[in-house]
Design a binder for this molecule. Structure first.
Ligand code: NAD
Length: 367
């Protein structure tokens, strides 16, 4: 048994509660197991609407405080995403500190599963960057509080087609808001990143008669999009300068910054990538001042979350798609709130999310 005296609690760097004073997280759990090498943090942000759901990220964080910060930032994002999507879910997220290529093992994932089990359903986990459905199969051996499992295990399988469908609905709603008509026939659309989500999206857009431009660092994906959906490949750098109606970022985050926003010529930005705005306030406001309709990423890409939520309540694929279709109305409502409140659409989406949480707190205030 290790001696607690060896903990350097007098060091000025051991100030966890001081660092948490200005946050509104409900619970932060530190999971440590020497035998498996597990070092994980589970951040439960808000469970007013339901249990906190969020994936488990495995990453080589340079400092432990970066891991804590990431878990807290991402769990807050999950609270908003679930709330706007109208789900009875709260927000949470877990991070495992380590290299997913070399430090992952069955015992480590199963030990992590036991920590999830100890939270008795307050936290539901899923795969995320650095973890796979195979890892979740190990977690499932220790707890039922896990989603994102393969279809063969009763799960919903790959959520990307559902995410793509929600993104397509969000693009159509944005067209409706901008032009009073949601037809994409003849509209020019630049899709950046044609991976699991982007390629399905291109298929929907092609079926509707859009003129599609695509960029990706993967040449075979570009060939596939050109052959199957008549898409025109463009180099990544040129994508932002294209004279198109709609820009759909479906690759990495941070693509909307002071440089790219000045160069973009589109009227709508609506794509699946997470964390598109480099700075929510500064760049959200810049888009608004340029009159660009920006569909907030965490609203338009909620199809994946809706898919795993249906897994939690008993998976029916058609139900997941039907619920995802509602992203159309949600995006319209965000544009309306943005106009009514004179705030950018990202802030409008956060306001809508927070209002639903406040409303439900009042609903639950009596027996
Ligand atoms: P993916 O890894 O399958 O696809 C990403 C694609 O972007 C890849 O084809 C990659 O080659 C390409 N790419 C990388 N850098 C690029 C660059 N500089 N320019 C152009 N293309 C580039 O990922 P995905 O599952 O399709 O997810 C896409 C985005 O949507 C991510 O930001 C992800 O976080 C977000 N998202 C995905 C889901 C889902 O269900 N898969 C749900 C919500 C959000």
């Amino acid at each position: 048994m290790a001696d607690v005296q060896t903990l350097n609690t007098h060091s000025t760097t051991f100030e966890i509660f001081a660092g948490l004073e200005n946050t509104d997280h409900e619970q932060i759990v530190f999971c440590q197991d020497n035998a498996t090498g597990l070092k994980a943090i589970i951040a439960v942000h808000n469970t007013v609407l339901g249990p906190g759901l969020g994936g488990t990220r495995m990453w080589m964080y340079a400092h432990e405080k970066d891991a804590i910060r990431d878990a807290m930032r991402l769990s807050r994002g999950m609270t908003y995403k679930a709330s706007v999507a109208g789900l009875n879910l709260g927000g949470a997220k877990a991070v495992i500190i380590g290299d997913p290529r070399t430090q992952k093992s069955e015992p480590l994932m199963r030990k992590f599963g036991r920590f999830v089990e100890n939270l008795s359903g307050k936290y539901i986990t899923a795969e995320d960057v650095g973890t796979t459905t195979r890892d979740m199969e190990y977690v499932k051996m220790e707890t039922d509080h896990v989603v994102g499992l393969p279809e063969i295990m009763g799960g919903g399988g790959d959520p990307s087609p559902v995410t793509a469908y929600g993104t397509y609905m969000g693009i159509k709603a944005s067209a409706n808001a901008a032009w009073g008509n949601d037809s994409l026939n003849g509209k020019s659309i630049a899709v950046m990143g044609i991976g699991k989500v982007g390629m399905h999206l291109v298929e929907y857009l092609h079926k509707e008669g859009a003129q599609i431009y695509v960029s990706d660092i993967n040449d075979s994906a570009l060939k596939e999009a050109a052959n199957n959906f008549n898409a025109i490949p463009v180099s990544g750098e040129d994508m932002v300068d294209l004279n198109v109606d709609i820009f759909a970022p479906c690759a990495l985050g941070g693509i909307l910054n002071s440089d790219t926003i000045e160069r973009l010529k589109c009227q709508i930005i609506a794509g699946a990538a997470n964390n598109q705005l480099e700075d929510e306030l500064v760049h959200g406001n810049l888009l608004r001042s340029k009159g660009i309709y920006y569909a907030p990423d965490f609203v338009i890409n909620a199809g994946g979350l809706i898919n795993v939520y249906s897994e939690y309540t008993g998976y029916i694929r058609e139900k997941a798609f039907a619920q995802t279709e509602n992203i159309y109305n949600t995006i319209l409502n965000i544009y309306k709130t943005s106009a009514d409140e004179n705030i950018n659409t990202q802030m409008a989406a956060i306001a809508v999310a927070e209002k639903r949480i406040q409303d439900m707190m009042r609903v639950h205030s009596t027996y």
